[in-house]
Design a protein around this ligand. Structure first.
Ligand code: USQ
Length: 397
């Protein structure tokens, strides 16, 4: 299979490249280097040691069973380059992961909100136009987010739902209710992609993914040169990844608010397994298919407790867990029941249990403790959804 991976230097993009290349697929990666730049500007770094983009691609090429090509440019600006790659490479699958993925970053201020919209929306629109002109039969696999739905008081289906108004029925998209400008860009993308499938006959799987955690997939075992990044700063670290690094750095685990808010989660290994399986079952031309991608769902407090226990088991010392004022605006007590029926029909079965993944992560991250201690300042959020700019405070009851 010829796979174009947009955003190949990112957390998921790089892991996907390693997995597909190991399976003998030919891959072409594009990246603009923004993730490395933005994390650095935020005072963060990867908690795993990673090679520079060109060097890691060189290593992958050395190990590869298919071809590995790469280009560095911004797909939200450089439409001609993107089109030329689609024309020359003729991808069968296009994975679009080239977006700014952080909710807090997008909520920092007006400038960050606008930049996130421009970057994320223009990238997807350029992909859709380039596909229309050069790659109409390819299968677009786009990373959306479970956060598009917010926290509705009904189960979250996959795809359209039957709506009846005044005796008339129709299948309509399930309502979106994003809670950050970043999540909102994914909502806009969803509508744009749906329309492009309808008017141009493109085919797409829009993957509503939960929060990913983990630092490796099996293709990276014993190959540190293939490490993917692991962020923990206030903007680019996701909750479990942050908790792991916080435990290692003897920083209290930062539960925002009561910690009763529930999120869909999945290990990195499962995310990559699913992205591989989806490519094997493409939708028909003209079809926009939406599915929910996660392994399980848990409250933030449960996640913190799992990290705390695993850390204690491995090291004999128990990290502190503290509740902080919530810098976000989100429901903390809510109903939550997302459906996940499509992926199992494609062959998805959960891989490892969370406890096992978390133990492996701690063991890897602990090796970099000394180096990471310089980056402790990047942990505590200063960006509030309200617009305030100050460090969040510990909650005392
Ligand atoms: N949280 C804490 N403490 C922390 C960090 C986060 O309690 O130190 C809480 C947040 O309040 C939130 C939850 O953990 O309730 C998840 O936060 P997150 O930063 O891990 O994830 P989120 O902002 O939702 O975004 C992440 C990815 C995004 C992806 C999304 C999937 O950054 O790219 O789209 O997960 S989902 O959450 O399902 O929308």
């Amino acid at each position: 299979m010829r796979a174009l991976i947009l955003g190949m230097d990112g957390y998921l993009g790089w892991s996907l490249a390693c997995a597909l290349s190991d399976r003998g697929h030919e891959i072409y990666g594009v990246d603009n280097g923004s993730r490395r730049r933005l994390v650095k500007e935020s005072g963060g770094t990867s908690a795993t040691k990673i090679l520079m983009y060109e060097d890691r691609v060189g290593e992958l090429r050395r190990l590869s069973k298919g071809g590995v090509y790469r280009e560095t440019f911004d797909i939200s600006h450089d439409f001609d380059c993107l089109s030329a790659i689609m024309k020359g490479f003729k991808p069968e699958v296009i994975y679009h992961l080239a977006q700014m993925p952080s909710a807090p970053f997008s909520m920092k201020d007006r400038k960050h909100c606008l930049w996130t919209h421009q970057n994320n929306l223009f990238s997807t629109l350029n992909v859709l136009y380039a596909m229309r002109d050069q790659s109409r039969t390819a299968h677009l696999i786009k990373i959306g987010t479970m956060g598009e739905f917010g926290q509705p008081n009904v189960p979250i289906p996959e795809g359209e739902v039957l709506v009846e108004i005044d005796g008339h029925r129709d299948m309509l998209p399930f309502p979106r209710a994003a809670g950050s400008w970043y999540h909102q860009t994914k909502v806009h993308d969803t509508h744009n992609i749906r329309m492009a499938c309808k008017i141009w006959g493109l085919r797409c799987t829009d993957v509503m993914q939960g929060v990913v955690y983990g630092n490796k997939i099996k293709e990276m075992y014993e190959k540190p040169e293939l490490n993917t990044r692991l962020d923990f700063d206030q903007y680019f670290g996701t909750v479990i990844n942050r908790f792991i690094v916080q435990a290692v750095l003897d920083h209290p685990l930062t539960i925002y608010g009561r910690g009763t808010q529930v999120r869909s989660i999945l290990p990195l290994q499962d995310s990559i397994n699913c992205l591989g399986l989806i490519a094997l079952s493409p939708p028909a031309p003209g079809m926009y298919r939406e599915l929910n991608q996660f392994q399980e769902y848990k409250s933030i407090s449960e996640m913190a407790h799992i990290v705390q226990e695993a850390y204690y088991e491995l090291t004999g010392s128990e990290p502190k867990v503290l509740h902080y004022e919530n810098p976000r605006q989100e429901k903390e007590e809510h109903f939550y029941k997302p459906m996940r029926e499509i992926l199992p029909t494609m062959g998805y079965a959960p891989s490892e249990r969370i406890e096992q993944v978390v133990r492996g992560m701690i063991a890897d991250v602990i090796e970099n403790k000394l180096f990471l201690s310089k980056y402790k300042k990047a942990i505590i959020p200063t960006a509030h959804w309200s617009g305030d700019k100050r460090a969040i405070q510990e909650l005392r009851n």
